[in-house]
Structures are given as structure tokens and as C-alpha cells.
Design a protein around this ligand. Structure first.
Ligand SMILES: Cc1cc2nc3c(=O)[nH]c(=O)nc-3n(C[C@H](O)[C@H](O)[C@H](O)COP(=O)(O)O)c2cc1C
Length: 168
């Protein structure tokens, strides 16, 4: 199955997960989302995005908008915990982007990804009452995120897409 893995990554987390996903596809190609030219040449399009304000980042949003009536899958990295309500809401939001355009989603994967130190520095200065200001729970989450994606995430990503491909 000719597969395109198109990723958008600001600080490298999503690109690294994309490289692990590539291992699942013998006929796979990985391309930075900005360099994709011919989506229709592929049987399956796998989109990788980082989460920005609860949904796909701007570049991925723009790319997804160009995909119509195709077999697709996607993966994302996020600062929140993978089993959080926030992650679930991201899945709902991204699913809708694809299904609104008549695409068939055959699989998905997500894991935590280290948050850009510049954003951490900015959030660290926020006033106490701000929803992103540091508190013990957030500091722990940022610290946990800083260890991802790790080897286990890469294995999980590759295994998830190996199973998806086997089921097609
Ligand atoms: C501007 C900005 C906004 C972000 N918004 C969210 C968010 O809404 N939810 C979340 O869980 N993580 C958020 N993150 C964290 C990133 O999604 C996460 O660190 C991701 O792994 C970055 O991937 P990349 O290295 O491929 O760019 C945000 C990060 C940045 C820089």
C-alpha cells in the first residue's frame, strides 16, 4: 500500500514519531507537511501533527483541509497526558476535520511530547490565577512531558500502525 506520512513538527517530537511510524509501512514515504505535492498518488495518507490550542497545528489544519474522500490515519503529540480528557477532545476535534471532508479514518495514535522550553519559560512567568500558570500539578505534567516521545512511544507508534496496516 503506497503510503504518505506527512508530518508537521515545530520542535521535532512529531517528526520523530513519524519516523517510527514509517517503519510500519514497507511502501511508506515520509515528507514534511510543507513539502507535500501529490496526495492523490497515495493509497493511504497518514498525517502527523502537534497539538496547538486543542487541535491540529495551523500547518496541519491547512493540509488536512486539502484531503478529500481518502483513506487516512493520523498521529499527534501533545503536552497533556495521553489518557486525559484534553487528549480525548483533541481526537474528537481532529476526527471531525477528516470526516467533514468525507475521508475514512483507519487509525490513530498519540503520545506526550516535550513542551517547547520557550513556552515553559513564558508560562512560568504567568500570574497565579492564570489557567496555564505553574502549580504543582502542571509542573509535574511539564516535567513528565519533557521525557517524551521516548523509545516506548516509538515502539507503540510503530506497532499501532503495523496493526492498522494488517487490518486493511
Ligand atoms: C504554542 C503551543 C501551543 C500548544 N498547545 C497545546 C495544547 O493546546 N495542548 C497540549 O496538550 N499541548 C500543547 N502544546 C504542546 C505541544 O503540542 C507538544 O509539546 C508537542 O509534542 C510539540 O510537538 P513538536 O515537537 O512536533 O513541535 C503546545 C505547544 C506550543 C508551542
Amino acid at each position: 500500500m503506497k503510503t504518505l506520512i506527512a508530518y508537521s513538527s515545530k520542535t521535532g517530537n512529531t517528526r520523530k514519531v513519524g519516523e517510527a511510524v514509517l517503519k510500519a509501512f514497507p511502501q511508506g514515504e515520509i515528507v514534511d507537511i510543507s513539502d507535500v505535492t501529490a496526495v492523490n498518488d497515495y493509497d493511504l495518507v497518514v498525517v502527523g501533527t502537534w497539538i496547538d490550542k486543542g487541535t491540529a497545528d495551523t500547518k496541519a489544519l491547512r493540509f488536512i483541509d486539502t484531503i478529500e474522500g481518502k483513506r487516512v490515519a493520523y498521529f499527534f503529540t501533545l503536552g497533556a497526558y495521553p489518557d486525559s480528557k484534553h487528549a480525548e477532545d483533541c481526537i474528537t476535534a481532529i476526527d471531525k476535520l477528516f470526516t467533514d471532508k468525507g475521508n475514512e479514518i483507519v487509525g490513530r495514535f498519540h503520545c506526550q511530547g516535550a513542551i517547547d522550553p520557550k513556552l515553559i519559560a513564558w508560562m512560568s512567568e504567568l500570574p497565579e490565577k492564570h489557567p496555564h500558570s505553574p502549580n504543582p500539578e502542571r509542573l509535574k505534567r511539564w516535567e513528565d512531558a519533557s521525557k517524551h516521545p521516548n523509545e516506548e512511544d516509538f515502539d507503540n507508534a510503530c506497532n499501532t500502525f503495523t496493526e492498522i496496516l494488517a487490518g486493511l
